[in-house]
Design a protein around this ligand. Sequence first.
Ligand code: SAH
Ligand code: SF4
Length: 339
Amino acid sequence: MIDLKEISVDQLKEFILSRGLPHYRAEQLVHWIYEQGAASLEEVTVFSKDLRKELSSIARIGNIRLITSQVSHDGTRKFLFSLDDGETIESVLIPDEKRLTLCISSQVGCAMGCSFCLTGRIGLRRNLKAYEILDQVLQVSRLIRPLRVTNIVLMGMGEPLHNINEVAEALRRINELLKISRRRITLSTAGYLPGFRVLTEKAPPVNLAVSLNATTDKVRNGIMPVNRRYPLKELLAACRTYPLERRKRITFEYIMISGINDTLEDAERLHRLLRGIPSKVNLIPLNRSPGIDLEPSPEERTFRFQQSLLKKGMTVIIRKSKGSDILAACGQLRAEYNK
Ligand code: SAH
Ligand code: SF4
């Protein structure tokens, strides 16, 4: 049985031609799977009943399956999906004025082990396949019809650069087939640098966010073990090579953790580190999670940190956390893994 979402579009076209069908049938099928969101061959109603039946005996349109969804009091909605092998992942839909941003996962769990993040606690269970990454978009789009997902962020479970081949393929399809502009797609990384080259060579040039979270290697090593192999200097050098369009900037995410990374000296160092990189900084109050022994910085300290960066002419916002009441906020996704 061939899964038509699992294979690439070229393979899908070959498959249709190999059945002795004309090329336009392949085009129709691609359109119905990716733009109409058909979740089974039954739903591909441009095909005659006979054709659908014929194809159904050898091919299927596979789907990740929704287990539950929860809505936060702020409108954030979290979806729990199960995969064919019983693993589970989460996606989060965040409404914001006119935007509907979907935060998707790239791995089941994550190998990076950041000390502030629940997903990191799970460890890496496995990589997602390209179709499992993009199917999060297709499934949520079906569920919210007639509304549409307008923006995509790869900020759910997993480190996208640690699974970059599948992520790049998913991004290409989300961009070309689901027709979501690469300007509305953001990939967030903790700095797993081996994936960086593939990102620039194989993926559409999406927006880049970097989870920085510290201004010295010592502190970053302590909270983000990936830094021990790919330290700040190398990370920022890679950022300087990232191809940015005019007027585009790299977003640096900085979680404010009380007593760890939130002094005015940190602000000073942050300014120096980002010098010469077109950047904006998002200060994120740490989200508390069960079993994680860190505290968010007091509000006024975060505010002072922001002020000192603003004075230096940087673009800095304090990001409001969304969905924390249903463990849907940054760093709170664990897809029901209880350790
Ligand atoms: N692995 C990638 C993308 C997924 S994590 C990365 O780390 O960038 C998505 C975001 O959640 C990151 O910016 C991370 O810094 C943030 N995050 C993780 N744990 C958090 C917590 N407890 N509070 C606030 N943000 C958190
Ligand atoms: Fe992985 Fe990102 Fe969580 Fe770190 S913050 S453990 S890289 S998902």
